[in-house]
Design a protein around this ligand. Structure first.
Ligand code: CP
Ligand code: NVA
Length: 303
């Protein structure tokens, strides 16, 4: 039996495979039936385990799977035997006898690893505290549909050094674009992430100065200052206040720079309403592209 095709982290994936997935997502969006046949997952079932809330991930996976002819089971750990101490490993073995692919959003990346280690079907990372790879497939797809190939372009991040930052660094290496990160030291990306990016040939820079990072960028990205599970929200907001993506910061980027945000957004915190709802913002395309990109991920995982 061949190993299942997991989609866990961009760092662990071949660059060619990631390119194939983004292109397949675009084919799904175009409705190109030769490359991306509708109904190609007929008879297949996706199980989704959510240990944290979700709007986009839940709905886009469910709708995507159904549009491909498959079905979905949504599971909350509190309603499963996991909540009463059944191990993730045993849960993985059992679910693998019922379903064809499992997606998990977890409070603990170790749970996802256990699931992938013991499942005999593909496992997809639907967000951990450390990464959010499905989101980045949609983000790269969105950039490219507006501005062409992302390779060689400059993406600037201003805000918290969170799970999205890690995944943007991984994407920069795999898709060949430059990533400039601006975060306060207290909420900086981990040294391990920056080192990994540089050791793997990535153009990755880190500064405390958002203007420096954003200057001349093709795309400006941010995310909430208070991720799911983060504590001390008031303190975080105070320290991160200078990193708000507002009109002044956007004006330092290229005149046609895009603004991206994985959502949910908090206008007046990490982004001003004028940028979020302004002409450079492509956040709704980004949200839509979760659907198309994840159809491609599901199709790739299921061969
Ligand atoms: N961007 C994203 O993953 O959104 P949800 O938390 O709503 O799934
Ligand atoms: N950084 C955010 C992303 C939400 C999609 C979080 O982890 O809560």
């Amino acid at each position: 039996m061949t190993d299942p095709r997991h989609f866990l982290d961009l760092a662990a994936m071949e660059a060619d495979t990631l390119r194939e997935i983004v292109d397949l997502g675009a084919a799904f969006k175009r409705g190109d039936a030769d490359i991306a046949p509708p109904g190609c997952l007929a008879g297949k079932t996706l199980a989704m385990i959510f240990e944290k809330p979700s709007t986009r991930t839940r709905v886009s996976f469910e709708v995507g799977m159904k549009q491909l002819g498959g079905s979905v089971v949504v599971l909350a750990p509190t309603e499963m035997q996991i909540g009463r101490g059944e191990t993730i490993a045993d849960t993985a073995r059992v679910l693998s006898r019922y379903v064809d692919v499992i997606m998990m959003r977890t409070i603990n990346a170790g749970n996802l690893r256990d699931l992938a280690n013991y499942a005999t079907v593909p496992v997809i990372n639907g967000l951990t505290d450390q990464s959010h790879p499905c989101q980045l497939m949609a983000d790269v797809m969105t950039f490219e549909e507006h501005r062409g190939p992302i390779a060689g372009k400059i993406v600037a991040w201003s805000g918290d050094g969170n799970n999205m930052v890690t995944t943007w660094v991984q994407a920069a290496v795999k898709f060949g674009f430059e990533i400039r990160l601006a975060c306060p030291d207290e909420f900086a990306p981990s040294r391990e992430v920056l080192d990994w990016g540089r050791e793997n040939g990535g153009a990755v820079t880190y500064t405390n100065d958002p203007l420096e990072a954003v200057s001349g960028a093709d795309c400006v990205v941010t995310d909430t200052w208070v991720s799911m599970g983060d504590e001390a929200a008031d303190r975080r907001r105070k320290i991160l206040a200078p990193y708000c993506v507002n009109d002044r910061l956007m004006s330092a980027a290229k005149p046609d720079a895009l603004f991206m945000h994985c959502l949910p957004a908090h206008r007046g915190e990490e982004v001003s309403a004028s940028v979020m709802d302004g002409p450079q913002s492509v956040v709704w395309d980004e949200a839509e592209n979760r659907l198309h990109a994840q159809k491609a991920i599901l199709t790739w995982c299921l061969g």
